[in-house]
Design a protein. Structure first.
Length: 278
């Protein structure tokens, strides 16, 4: 039975746990927090809602981060006391898990964890195909929703790339119902939507939870389509060692392939500039 460990029972961690209980193939979900009572209480709340949500997942809570070492996927989220696992504390936690023998993929769910992803690969030599970030995954559906509202339609397909908070929308290839979005929405309105990304970032816990659950599901069971997520680049777009938002093929507990979406030359330049920006 696949097991997912969530490090942090704060708003992000708890939201992800709820989403996982609703839809994930993981039937065993462990919430770990400095405050064990908070983790246990939230796990119990989600389990009690299970019959209503149609979930049969088993959730438990605790305070020992090393209990995550045996999980199939480890999610670094936000502690209810200390906030997001990032910086030196986050790096030390990952080092402890590696010494405990974990080979699980690490999913970084908090918006502030982009530098931690890069440090884990650079300093701890965590394989890049086991490092995935999901906070930025929320931006693509947000942008698609804004276009849907603009047109009064549904079904916008659009790629968002870059390194948060600097993100680029690939308007040149965006479509809705088989039509190019650029043929339907005036350029000044597309510019306004793109500029709104800076105000929308960082996304909230619920916005992060949905794409994070999809990424975890794909890591455990594979996916028939690519999912937008942060990955540590390995030569894509001429960049190495930096975290970038790209469409990813996931399965078998790792990144199987990174895809560079169709972009105009200007969009490609903006993406590369964002990836290299300190």
């Amino acid at each position: 039975m696949p097991r997912v460990a969530l490090l942090g029972a704060g708003p992000i961690g708890a939201s992800i746990a709820h989403r996982l209980a609703e839809r994930s193939p993981a039937r065993d979900i462990l919430l770990i927090d400095d405050n064990a009572g908070v983790a246990q209480g939230k796990a119990l709340d989600i389990m009690q809602a299970g019959p209503i949500d149609g979930s049969s997942a088993r959730l438990t809570g605790g305070s020992d981060p090393l209990a995550a070492a045996g999980a199939d996927v480890i999610v670094l989220a936000d502690d209810s006391v200390k906030g997001a696992w990032d910086g030196e504390a986050g790096l030390q936690l990952i080092a402890q898990l590696m010494r405990a023998g974990t080979n699980a993929p690490l999913v970084f769910a908090a918006p502030s964890q982009v530098p931690l992803m890069e440090a884990a690969a650079r300093e701890l030599h965590v394989p890049g195909d086991r490092v995935i970030g999901t906070a930025a995954s929320a931006m693509e559906p947000i942008v698609a929703s804004l276009v849907n509202i603009e047109l009064g339609r549904t079904g916008t397909m659009v790629s968002v790339t870059g390194r948060p908070p600097s993100l680029t929308v690939a308007w040149s290839a965006a479509t809705i119902g088989g039509e190019l979005v650029t043929d339907l929405v005036p350029a000044h309105r597309l510019l306004a939507i793109a500029q709104s990304i800076a105000r929308i970032w960082p996304p909230g816990p619920q916005a992060i939870a949905a794409p994070t659950a999809r990424v975890i599901e794909a890591l455990l069971s594979g996916s028939r389509r690519s999912l937008s997520a942060l990955t540590v680049l390995d030569g894509e777009l001429g960049v190495r060692g930096r975290a970038g938002l790209l469409p990813l093929e996931l399965g078998g507990g790792r990144v199987l392939q990174r895809h560079v979406p169709a972009q105009s030359p200007q969009e490609r330049t903006e993406t590369i500039t964002a990836l290299l920006r300190s």
